[in-house]
Design a protein around this ligand. Structure first.
Ligand code: HEC
Length: 272
């Protein structure tokens, strides 16, 4: 079970990697400050094109590097659940998969935050919840919550969303919406790789290397987030691959294949 869910995360991660693959020119528009960190995100909700820019955006200096000061204990999750039900579920859905009733027809669509929260840094999430999405590169109807929810409330809801995505809590029953389903994610990844093979973008052998490496990288990525890592996804990726190679869990060749497959799938538009 655990393996499967990691696999799924990997899938998502793959998609996010796709996001990283295409450096967005809107990146610089986010902040005048030097890009402190690229969003270390993963796939977003509707998996639309906007997700790529979104997760590659530079986190403003005032947010970059923040990590959640509130432990995800029962009390925090309870507070977070209430905040979520009142303020977020209408768009993001009870399960945080971006399928709430008020999200229908929004472009870009609400993100599958239960899922993306597993791999995006706390700083990215806190920034996005605080400032919303009316600015570049998001240009979305995501609301800026900093005037509505105090900082603690924003951290509580992050704890809750992350718990939704990890399966630590069950979704509430308020507005409807799917729960994160690792099997669906795994199926999506398998489909993406199959398409890549079919279209001659990658070989079957490369797909297999990629799937395995993805699983390892994803597990590591989640670990890093749990340990409070922040920073850009590209950076994290390089570090993770270097670590896996150094520890003998992966050969340099497998790491190279992973990156290369990722880039080619991204270029072929298969990661969206
Ligand atoms: C009016 C609909 C709406 C409501 C309500 C809403 N959101 Fe969003 N949210 C969006 C949309 C649309 C996006 C995707 C576009 C973007 O990233 O700006 C989004 C994106 C996000 C992201 C970025 C995720 C990613 O993968 O990049 C986070 C985090 C988030 N929302 C959290 C929340 C939380 C927490 C609440 C409640 C406090 C909330 N949202 C309420 C519409 C909404």
């Amino acid at each position: 079970m655990k393996k499967i869910s990691i696999f799924i995360l990997i899938l998502l991660f793959t998609i996010a990697l796709g996001a990283c693959g295409s450096a967005s020119d809107s990146e610089t528009a986010v902040s005048d400050a030097e890009p402190v960190a690229a969003g270390n995100g993963f796939m977003g909700g509707g998996m639309g094109g906007g997700m790529r820019d979104r997760h590659h955006a530079a986190i403003p200096e005032e947010y970059a590097g923040l990590s959640n000061p509130i432990a995800a204990d029962e009390a925090s999750l309870e507070r977070g659940a209430a905040i979520y039900a009142t303020n977020c579920a209408t768009c993001h859905g009870d399960g945080g998969m971006g399928d709430g009733p008020a999200g229908v027809g929004l472009d870009p669509a609400p993100a599958a935050i239960a899922h993306t929260s597993q791999m995006l840094g706390d700083d990215y999430q806190f920034w996005r919840i605080s400032e919303g999405g009316t600015m570049d590169p998001f240009n979305s109807s995501m609301i800026a919550w900093k005037g509505v929810l105090d900082e603690d409330a924003r951290w509580d809801v992050i704890n809750y969303v992350q718990a939704l995505g990890s399966g630590a809590v069950m979704p509430g029953q308020h507005v409807g919406g799917a729960a994160f389903d690792p099997a669906v994610e795994a199926a999506n990844q398998a489909e993406m790789l199959a398409k890549g093979v079919e279209q001659g973008v990658i070989t079957e052998a490369e797909a297999a290397v990629f799937a395995t490496a993805h699983e390892q990288v994803d597990g590591q990525m989640i670990q890093m987030r749990e340990d409070g890592a922040s920073g850009g996804m590209d950076e994290m990726m390089d570090d993770i691959l270097a670590e896996l190679v150094a520890s003998g869990d992966m050969t340099q060749e497998q790491a190279d294949t992973f990156i290369s497959v990722h880039d080619r799938l991204g270029d072929a538009g298969l990661m969206q």
